[in-house]
Design a protein around this ligand. Structure first.
Ligand code: A2P
Length: 316
């Protein structure tokens, strides 16, 4: 499996298994199966509500000698209610306990949005903390403490704009190694990708297949279906593969990490095999024309009325 080198010399497998929306009853088998066929990278987060089951899958896979801990790469993410400096390590320790691990390979600030410690998801503005009350650089200092305590090897961010990353870079001791953002042919993120590459930050593409299993409350009416795009379909036909496989290989070809989610063994295998496809320059050129800056995960769920967060402030 291809790897990319992070800014501290560590490497990350370019292909991994996403676990957002994987239900607790399904995710354990998905992770075990993925590891058994060669996946080396599992992307997790506390807010996905399934880290305990991922932990069981890891523990059993280690016990059965399917993989060794040092041969795989595990990412998780700090939830919005753990942004205060001294809460970061607490959040990470809970994740380590759930995943039954001693250390993570990568820990990310999940969103540039802060909530009060006792609030998982605010019902109204009283549950949020502004970025003046808990600046992102304070949260970042907590992330640096986690590295210094040996709890995580690499740290980064998720859903961060160029401006927010620049602010961290100007004020940090340890530079962010990663920005994980939504990225696919409808949201190609050219400017953000170029800026990350200039700063030696790797970009991970989430929702690479268009996340069609999002809850209806997170969907817009008439949203475009990436997996049924005609251009992608034609390229898939040319190589006798599926549209999902073309989307995955496109992300790898662009030098990003990609983490398609699946809980179906057949699709987990199919997605893994996408790494073997060879896209040519013409395919890449055709896919380039599909960009429409379309976000499936548009952040509107954090635009809590009368709070300091708006869709513009989240992405800006
Ligand atoms: P499932 O878990 O049943 O396989 P994303 O990674 O963009 O969030 O997309 C995840 C969605 O795409 C899930 O609904 C997942 O369903 C589905 N999916 C994953 N792999 C494939 C594939 N190879 N072909 C079609 N759908 C897929």
């Amino acid at each position: 499996m291809k790897t990319l080198t992070l800014n501290n010399g560590n490497t990350i497998p370019q292909f991994g298994l996403g676990t957002w929306k994987s239900k607790p009853g399904e995710v354990k088998n998905a992770v075990k199966y993925a590891l058994s066929i060669g996946y080396k990278h599992i992307d997790c987060a506390a807010i996905y509500g399934n880290e305990t089951e991922v932990g069981e899958a890891l523990k059993e896979s280690f016990a059965d000698n399917v993989v060794q801990r040092e041969d795989i790469f595990i990412t998780s993410k700090l939830w919005n209610n753990r942004h205060k400096k001294d809460d970061v390590v607490l959040g990470l320790k809970q994740t380590l306990k759930d995943l039954e691990l001693d250390y993570l390979d990568l820990y990310l600030i999940h969103w540039p949005v802060a909530f009060k410690p006792e609030v998982i998801f605010p019902e109204d503005a009283s549950g949020v903390l502004s970025l003046s009350e808990v600046p992102l650089i304070e949260t970042w200092q907590g992330m640096e403490q986690a590295v210094n305590q040996g709890l995580v090897k690499n740290i980064g961010v998720s859903n961060f704009s160029i401006k927010k990353i620049d602010n961290i870079i100007s004020n940090c001791s340890i530079k962010p190694a990663m920005n994980q953002v939504e990225c696919h042919p409808y949201l190609q993120q050219d400017e953000l990708l170029a800026s990350c590459q200039q700063n030696d930050i790797v970009l991970t593409a989430y929702s690479p297949l268009g996340s069609k299993d999002r809850p209806d409350s997170l969907k817009q009416k008439n949203e475009p279906t990436l997996l049924e795009n005609e251009v992608i379909k034609n390229i898939a036909e040319k190589y006798q593969v599926t549209t999902a496989q073309i989307l995955i290989k496109w992300a790898i070809e662009r030098g990003t990490v990609v983490i398609p989610k699946s809980v179906s063994p057949e699709r987990i295998k199919q997605n893994f095999e996408a790494q073997n496809i060879n896209l040519d320059t013409e395919d890449m050129e055709q896919i380039k024309t599909l960009n429409r800056n379309y976000r499936y995960v548009d952040g509107s769920f954090f635009a809590i009325p009368n709070s300091c967060y708006t869709v513009e402030s989240i992405w800006g």
